[in-house]
Write a protein that binds this ligand. Structure first.
Ligand SMILES: [Zn+2]
Length: 333
């Protein structure tokens, strides 16, 4: 049985900001191959693992493999790198954090002295890679190169896991675990590791069009309301089990799919809870409006500090999500 912590460690270490997912895709493809009939990529960079079933219907699961990143826009005369964001990054979350480029160059994010301390912008931040001058910096990094968070993955507290990019590598790990030793299903299965979710759910759009599924499930992290003085008030929490999405800013999950998931969870004693994500979306947003419409739901992993350099989830919730994904392979409405 695949070890969740080790798999997350491996996946989080794979470079894969939105639009440049090939390194992460390579790592996932190697892990997926033994458990499916075919692994292929489409032109947008989605990795699709297909497992043939009895052909009753087509079920698509989608976990995005892209991550947030910092794209270099300018290298100044002192060798500091200025950047723009790839995906939803806010200044206070990344200030002071360690980052790395695909070629191994490491750096630290800090703020220019002219920034308005009350309202700093991403444009006020720079990356210090320790270069002695502009030439040295330009030898290490090009304009257009992307840095990702450089943090370790480690267990904390009572069954929790801290890691960069739990969003959404932990869901990629969950899909890989669900595929392991999966008996043949009634349905044909497509496990999609999608590209460019963080830029507006782009990969899932072409994947869903290409696959033309009858049923679709996004598997992604979701925010929780279980930290001090959390606003807005929301009930989703760590250690509460797999979160069955009701809605977010991109989708209202089909009521029949929500009911089916909740019944399956009850029947199989899978801990579960309901989830409404206020702001933010998932691949379900693209899947449900594909072609003439797809019966769509989402299985979410409750996660604290989403889009921070370190995020936190509960291993037990990941295990519950794996079980619910395996159950959903046999969905029939
Ligand atoms: Zn996500």
């Amino acid at each position: 049985m695949l070890n969740i912590t080790e798999t997350q460690q491996k996946l989080a270490a794979a470079f894969g900001p939105s639009g440049q997912e090939s390194e992460a895709a390579g790592v996932i493809a190697e892990m997926a191959k033994p458990h499916c009939d075919e692994v292929y990529t489409d032109r947008l960079g989605n990795l699709i693992a297909y497992k043939k079933g009895a052909g009753k219907a087509k079920v698509m699961f989608s976990a995005h493999m892209d991550s947030l990143g910092l794209i270099v826009t300018h290298i100044d005369e002192k060798g500091f790198l200025w950047f723009s964001n790839i995906g939803g990054i806010s200044v206070w979350r990344i200030y002071g954090s360690a980052v790395r480029f695909q070629n191994g160059t490491r750096g630290i994010v800090f703020m220019g002295g002219k920034a308005d301390a009350k309202d700093p912008k991403t444009a006020d931040l720079y990356i210090d890679i320790g270069a002695k001058d502009e030439e040295s910096a330009r030898n290490a990094v090009f304009v257009g190169d992307v840095a990702v968070f450089d943090q370790p993955t480690f267990p904390i507290g009572d069954g929790l896991l801290a890691s960069p990019y739990l969003d959404d590598r932990i869901a990629c790990a969950a899909l890989l675990a669900a595929m392991e030793g999966l008996p043949e299903c009634e349905n044909d299965l497509y496990f999609v590791f999608s590209s460019q979710e963080e830029l507006g759910i782009r990969g899932a759009k072409t994947a869903a069009y290409g696959i033309d599924p009858d049923y679709g499930f996004a598997v992604d992290v979701t925010g929780t309301g279980d930290t001090p003085d959390h606003k807005p008030k929301t009930e989703c929490k760590l250690r509460g089990g797999a979160a069955v999405k009701i809605m977010d800013a991109s989708v209202i999950c089909h009521p029949k799919v929500v009911a089916w998931l909740e019944e399956a969870a009850e029947r199989e004693n899978i801990p579960h809870q309901r989830e409404i994500l206020i702001g933010g979306g998932t691949d379900a947003g693209a899947i449900h409006v594909s072609r003439a419409g797809v019966y769509t739901g989402a299985i979410s992993i409750p996660t604290r500090y989403v889009h921070n350099p370190l995020e936190v989830c509960a291993i037990g919730d990941v295990e519950a999500c794996i079980k619910l994904v395996r159950a959903a392979c046999n969905i029939s409405l």
